[in-house]
Design a binder for this molecule. Structure first.
Ligand SMILES: NC(=O)C1=CN([C@@H]2O[C@H](COP(=O)(O)OP(=O)(O)OC[C@H]3O[C@@H](n4cnc5c(N)ncnc54)[C@H](O)[C@@H]3O)[C@@H](O)[C@H]2O)C=CC1
Ligand SMILES: O=C(O)C(=O)COP(=O)(O)O
Length: 472
């Protein structure tokens, strides 16, 4: 029998044999746990699918998964309960080690640190799917992944509340200079001060990026008596009495506290730099829990030393250490030591989403998406492929196979695919595209082993093919 990865990913030209030593009705493997549908911490939706046929052209134990960056136990449990081989590491990996490991796996689970660049993904010949156990997906080259038939999933809002709560804490902490007072006490110095310490009631919070986190923050800030304004590139409904302002400059000129909640994109690179600090109110505050590239940190240090900015809280940095215990020094970011010497600055090690609640929820959400994709091929929630789903095949539908054909979105493909499938009974078929990539799923009935091999080989020979999978 060919290695399972060949069956799962079937690189073009590979000689592939199929494990239909018995009929497709009998070859699918029930999850080994005895839990319903194989999902230990399953959501209601997953449990409702208990009678669904598990579509796997492979033995689950042959699926290799690498989980980096201390993915939560909930996610590990779901994946191991499926019988997959799960390797778990607490840290991210240096690029050379990552390349070594990624060659071998079908699935990789990461958080915000692991950079999946074209250089790394080029080596990932067996990779089917990437799970980002976080919100941000800027660390993955989504386009490269899509064009190589690799799906990417994330958790779009399970840690949003945790970030918003951290920012609320930081607003008061900065306004009262709590970080400095606490450090002084730790060093044995009593320093009772009211000069330039403020209540937050009646102050204006300017939120840049009014998405999941920004809007959640808006609600809490208003509840504490703040006035909220926000700037976003799209027009968004204001929550409560918050008000959208038309430009970034308008926000900077009006806000006492500025908090950033934008993704890392080309447009948000150094979005707050010298000229923006100049527009801010004297004695205002800056909070960045989005991405480290969004703020020009040397410019922030200057603005703080000049007294223009009275305090700042940073949770994210352009270069972050790979593991706990690593040093945050100039070798990592040239200005690190200067930053540490500034007054009233809260520096946290990218903990915005690091709560038990958030990490547990993310573990479940992303692991379930991975299992659905591996076993059923459905892409709901994928951030780089079209979202396609079809009712699962059930145990009452024997001799069925599910064809998944990920292909270039060019004219004429469907005609060719349907020529190949035309001799069979296509029960259901769905196709959607996103940019240059399209995803086609078809369930066909009364298939024999030879049919599956023939269909597979024919699809693989099409020039539009990015990836073919056959699940049964
Ligand atoms: N510190 C931490 O641990 C965490 C950090 N994050 C970061 O926070 C970011 C925001 O998260 P969410 O609120 O969930 O994202 P979201 O996608 O719900 O909202 C982002 C908002 O920013 C807006 N936006 C995009 N480009 C912009 C620009 N150039 N100018 C103004 N607005 C712009 C979008 O239109 C959108 O409304 C994530 O992309 C991630 O990088 C997310 C979770 C945890
Ligand atoms: O969810 C995000 O985008 C975050 O920034 C949190 O990242 P983390 O899971 O803590 O590496």
């Amino acid at each position: 029998m060919a290695a399972p990865r060949d069956i799962v990913r079937a690189a073009a030209g590979n000689e592939v044999s199929y494990s239909l030593s018995v009929s497709p009705t009998a070859t699918f493997h029930s999850p080994p746990t005895g839990s319903q549908g194989g999902f230990v911490v399953g959501s209601l939706a997953m449990r409702a699918a208990a009678a669904a046929k598990q579509l796997k052209p492979f033995n689950t134990e042959d699926i290799k998964i690498l989980l980096l960056e201390n993915v939560n136990q909930t996610g590990r449990d779901i994946l191991t309960a499926q019988g997959y081989q799960v390797e778990f590491l607490k840290t991210s990996l240096p690029e050379d080690q990552l390349i070594e490991k990624i060659r071998d796996v079908h699935v990789i689970g990461i958080r915000s640190k692991t950079k999946l660049t074209p250089k790394v993904l080029k080596e990932a010949k067996n990779l089917l799917v990437i799970g980002c156990f976080c919100i941000g997906t800027n660390q993955v080259d989504l386009d490269y992944a899509a064009k190589h038939g690799i799906a990417v999933f994330n958790s779009p809002f399970a840690n949003s509340r945790s970030v918003a709560e951290l920012v609320i804490a930081e607003i008061i902490t900065l306004a009262r200079q709590l970080g400095d007072r606490s450090l002084e006490m730790h060093r044995g110095t009593w320093n009772k001060v009211s000069n330039k310490c403020w209540e937050i009631r009646g102050k204006t919070l300017g939120i840049i990026g009014y998405g999941h986190i920004g809007s959640q923050l808006s609600v809490m800030a208003e509840a504490m008596g703040m006035t909220v304004i926000y700037y976003d590139i799209i027009t968004l409904m204001a929550i409560g009495t918050a008000r959208q302002v038309p430009t970034l400059e308008a926000l900077l000129e009006e806000a006492d506290f500025v908090s950033l909640h934008v993704p890392e994109t080309a447009e948000t690179q150094n979005m707050i730099s010298t000229k923006h600090f100049e527009r801010m109110k004297n004695g205002s505050y800056l909070i960045n829990a989005s991405r480290g590239t969004v703020v020009d940190i040397p410019a922030l240090i200057k603005a703080m030393r000049a007294g223009k900015v009275a305090g700042a809280a940073l949770d994210v940095y352009p270069n972050e250490p790979a593991a706990n215990g690593d040093y945050f020094v100039n070798e990592l970011n040239t200005w690190a030591e200067d930053l540490r010497g500034v007054n009233n600055i809260i520096l946290t090690p990218h903990i915005g989403g690091s709560t038990e609640e958030a990490q547990r929820a993310i573990g479940v959400e992303v692991a379930e998406a991975l299992v659905r994709y591996i076993n059923q091929g459905t892409t709901l929630g994928s951030v780089n492929l079209p979202e396609v789903t079809m009712r699962s095949l059930t145990l009452d539908e024997p001799n069925h196979a599910r064809i998944i054909y990920i292909h270039q979105n060019v004219p004429g493909v469907l005609r060719k695919v349907n020529e190949i499938l035309g001799d069979h009974n296509v029960d259901k078929q769905i196709s959607d595209s996103k940019g240059d990539v399209a995803y086609l799923m078809a369930d066909i009935s009364n298939v024999r082993t030879e049919d599956i091999k023939e269909i597979r080989d024919s699809l693989d020979s099409l020039s539009s093919r990015l990836l073919t999978r056959v699940l049964y």
